[in-house]
Design a protein around this ligand. Structure first.
Ligand code: PLP
Length: 395
């Protein structure tokens, strides 16, 4: 009885469900500590102490009505203004509350953007490898996700192929840096070129093409690498931000959209996004956590925890003979499978109690994603398995 579209979604999500169930099955057989689950992007570094302090302070000091009530669909005005000023200080931008819409995480924000922009049949371009849920978000609005093939040399977006894939149907382009699944940070040179191609195509086609920057991993960047702020490079840019990873709060569902005043059709966009947030059923972003993040704008998770994992995993995998790029951000490593078939390799890894996600799930077969947001000891204990796996593959 369920809808045809949901039938399709259910069958697609079975890979992730199967992985989850496999983790539980192996844990029952061998004990949770002997299963090396690298399949989920669930932060293991704890939320900073400021978050706990802020929750307690707000609950103790404010009247319940001020914390728990309905509000403007876009969120508390003072929180939006605080977010805007925080961004201005950090990036030299000139945002105010009107440019900010508080969202139910990045996923909620991206759905608001897609609902606001997309007519059935419109196209959204993304670059492989990409976060697979973009397909579902586009399908929610009967739009089509067009995937630019990967550049497996350095995993910067493949801008050679990009230009010719833009058509009059292209309504938006979505990028994600630091990237899930590669951990690659898109360089300033990449962004400049991307912006140039988009500007030229807008002119040639006489359309507006929006650039959506999905950046839940912005704060997770190592060795001081710069993550360019895209509104500075291209006027029709919308930023989708989330605290799921930057403050380790994925279950609380809090983030925001930045809609710069210089983007095309700005006022209509802001009004429509405000309504979209409501009618998608979010109504508004969680009220307590809006208040919390306003008190925690400068708080940070302990990046060194992820960095230690990154160094341990990368150095050892390279020493064992695996091919991969050292990630500059996020908490993922994208490793070339030592056999051609990434799904077959992920199956082999299970025999060592190691759970990985095949690159096919991100539009990039031949690779696997390792989410290293796990205990240091999980990586240490999984290393002999990784070594044995490549030795078996090389036979
Ligand atoms: N975008 C990317 C690239 C992600 O990796 C994720 C979550 O893993 C999301 C969006 C959704 O994030 P949120 O939990 O903030 O909705």
């Amino acid at each position: 009885m369920i809808s045809n579209k949901m039938m399709e979604q259910v069958s697609k999500s079975s890979v992730i469900r199967a992985m989850f169930e496999e983790g539980n099955r192996l844990a029952k057989l061998y004990g949770r500590e002997n299963v090396y689950d690298f399949s989920l992007g669930n932060p293991n570094v704890e939320a900073p102490e400021e978050v706990k302090k802020a929750i307690i302070e707000i609950v103790q000091q404010e009247k319940p009505g001020a914390i728990h009530s309905y509000m403007n669909n876009s969120g508390y005005e003072d929180v939006r203004e605080a977010v805007a000023q925080h961004l201005n200080k950090k990036f030299g931008t000139a945002f105010n509350a009107h440019n900010i819409l508080m969202t139910v995480g990045a996923a909620g924000g991206l759905n608001v953007v897609f609902k606001t922009l997309l007519n059935p049949g419109d196209e959204v371009i993304t670059f492989a490898p990409f976060f697979g849920e973009y397909n579902s978000y586009a399908s929610n609005y009967d739009a089509k996700l067009v995937v630019v093939p990967p550049n497996t040399v350095d995993f910067q977006p493949n801008l050679e192929a990009f230009g010719s894939m833009i058509t009059e149907k292209t309504k938006a382009v979505i990028v994600n840096s630091p990237n899930n699944p590669t951990g690659v940070v898109y360089s300033e040179a990449t962004i400049l070129k991307l912006a140039q191609i988009l500007s030229e195509k807008q002119k040639a086609l006489g359309t507006n093409i929006y650039l959506i920057s999905d950046e839940p991993y912005r704060e997770l960047a190592y060795d001081g690498v710069e993550v360019p702020y895209l509104t500075k490079y291209y006027a029709n840019t919308i930023v989708g931000y989330s605290y799921s990873k930057s403050l380790s709060l994925p279950g609380e569902r809090i983030g925001y959209l930045v809609m710069p005043s210089e983007m095309a059709d700005f006022e209509n966009f802001v009004s429509a996004a405000n309504i979209a947030n409501r009618i998608l059923g979010f109504v508004n972003a969680p009220s307590l956590f809006q208040r919390v993040i306003a008190k925690c704008l400068d708080a940070q998770v302990d990046l060194e925890g992820y960095n230690r994992n990154r160094e341990l995993l990368y150095n050892n995998l390279k020493a064992f003979g695996y091919e991969c790029i050292k990630p500059e951000g996020a908490f993922y490593m994208f490793v070339k499978a030592p056999v051609e078939d990434d799904k077959a390799f992920a199956e082999m890894a299970k025999s060592k109690n190691i759970l990985l996600v095949p690159g096919s799930a991100f539009g990039c077969p031949g690779y696997v994603r390792i989410a290293y947001c796990v205990a240091y000891s999980t990586i240490e204990n999984a290393l002999p398995g990784f070594k044995a796996l490549i030795e078996e593959c090389q036979g």
